[in-house]
Ligand binder design. Structure first.
Ligand code: EPU
Length: 427
């Protein structure tokens, strides 16, 4: 198990560039199964979830190789693909769900044991399944596994998502590219990563209009080729660096990620008193460590373009020492604030009430030994430790590397005092 030691009180300075977005790269890797020619994704970070995706691709018979920062996949004939997703890979990440549509299309059947991922509350896949069923898939549920089969090709359909699920929109985009005829998705998610998947599929030959709006129209049955593709930068990593400088103080520039991708988080930082200077494809953030941040914030995390749920724990970390009580409500996930226990161990006064985190504010954070409960909660505890007095120890049973290749190295590059130690697993 990894532990990360973080000594708070160091101001941050420098320039940093987020790598490609995890939540784009993972569905794109699954989508390469639909492509009849090689694909190459640029600047893919070395994340645990990317390793899991590569293992999953290999397990179903596909070929993917890393060339430095790029990941390249080779086309595979349907006869060489298997539709069985191994339980240990399905259980290692939520994104195993992205393999449902491509394997159903290519192989004719797919069996997915329960997908894993952060324990953020119930994360059903009913919308993915309802959409695929509307295209003609037969859905068999058996215990915690789902098997999908098709007898003929999937059929284009007019489908309304009961809520704008990012993952289900991506599943149905992929399926609709292989379906016969036109598919209309209504109530679709509008997140930048959905647009990125649509752009990737179009670059491979798909015909999709309306991505980024709630109504997406897909003309199916195009043969997909290959592409050299640069996924969008990771807006959640960018927000994490922003939260870090807000907590620790200093001046950093986050480049290569358009501020529009995380404008709600930047607005939050401004409301707290962090100065933001916007450039075309970068933002400079300044926070005077001598001045208290402003609390008194009411944040409501919801689907794009609202405040992003993944940035809610990061905002909480920033607000612990700010002047005035704040509340953050997460509309999407029931258990977003499992990191509150770690905040409390550092001396913060905060309380989880249902989906809401109430923060008293004005804390003087002290170093503590804390445990990352999930990916973004772990990053939030890291951020809080940057503001705390003394050296905190963050135990991370593998969560943070699922979404950040090396968060400690990123922040150390900006002047944070932090280091990763690997401890042998106790038996
Ligand atoms: N939902 C359903 N049924 C479904 C699908 C979703 O009820 O079939 C519910 C979920 O339970 C949740 C809400 O809809 O309450 C939103 O879920 P969504 O499907 O939009 O999220 P996701 O696709 O599971 C992706 C990201 C998450 C991010 C959310 C919201 C990936 C791999 N994950 O999850 O990222 O929080 O969208 O933006 O793309 C992370 O990076 O740490 C992370 C959790």
């Amino acid at each position: 198990m990894q532990t990360i030691t973080i000594t708070g009180g160091q101001t941050l300075r420098g320039t940093i560039r987020p790598a490609a977005a995890k939540n784009s790269v993972l569905p794109l890797l699954a989508a390469t199964l639909l492509c009849g020619e090689p694909c190459c994704l640029h600047s893919v970070p070395d994340l645990a979830d990317v390793d899991t995706s590569l293992a999953l691709l290999q397990a179903v018979g596909a070929k993917a190789v890393r060339h430095g920062p790029d990941l390249c996949t080779l086309p595979v004939s349907a006869a060489d693909l298997f539709g069985e997703i191994p339980p240990h890979l399905a259980g290692a990440m939520r994104s195993s769900v992205f393999y449902l549509a491509p394997l159903l299309c290519r192989v004719g059947m797919v069996r997915l044991p329960l997908p894993g991922g952060c324990r953020l509350g119930p994360r059903p896949v009913d919308i993915h399944l309802a959409g695929l069923a509307a295209m003609g898939a037969r859905v068999e549920l058996e215990g915690e596994a789902v098997t999908l089969r098709r007898t003929g090709p999937l059929q284009g359909t007019d489908f309304t998502l009961r809520l704008p699920s990012v993952g289900a929109t991506m599943t149905l985009l992929m399926a609709a590219c292989c379906a016969m005829g036109t598919t209309v998705l209504r109530g679709a998610a509008c997140e930048p990563e959905v647009c990125d998947l649509a752009r990737f599929l179009c670059a491979c030959g798909a015909q999709i209009t309306g991505a980024g709006t709630p109504v997406i129209v897909i003309q199916g049955r195009r043969t997909l080729g290959g592409v050299l593709y640069t996924p969008i930068p990771d807006r959640i990593a960018a927000a994490t660096y922003g939260a870090a400088v807000a907590a620790a103080g200093g001046e950093i520039t986050i480049e290569g990620c358009t501020p529009a991708y995380y404008q709600a988080f930047l607005q939050f930082l401004r409301d707290c008193g962090v100065q933001t200077v916007l450039h075309e494809n970068a933002v400079t953030l300044l926070r005077d460590p001598q001045k208290k941040l402003r609390g008194g914030q009411q944040l409501y995390a919801n689907a794009w373009p609202a405040f992003a749920t993944d940035t809610a724990p990061l905002a909480a970390a920033v607000l612990l020492e700010a002047e005035g009580a704040s509340e953050i409500y997460d509309h999407l996930f029931a258990n977003r604030f499992a990191c509150a226990e770690g905040f409390a161990a550092m001396g913060a006064s905060c309380r989880v009430k249902g989906r809401m985190l109430q923060i008293t504010g004005g804390a003087m954070l002290q170093a503590a030994e804390v445990k990352a409960p999930d990916l973004r909660g772990g990053a939030a505890l890291f951020v809080a430790a940057l503001a705390a007095r003394g050296t905190s120890v963050l135990q991370d049973p593998g969560h943070i590397r699922r979404g950040y290749a090396d968060l400690a190295a990123d922040l150390a590059q900006l002047g944070a005092r932090c280091a990763v130690q690997c401890q042998p697993v106790r038996r």
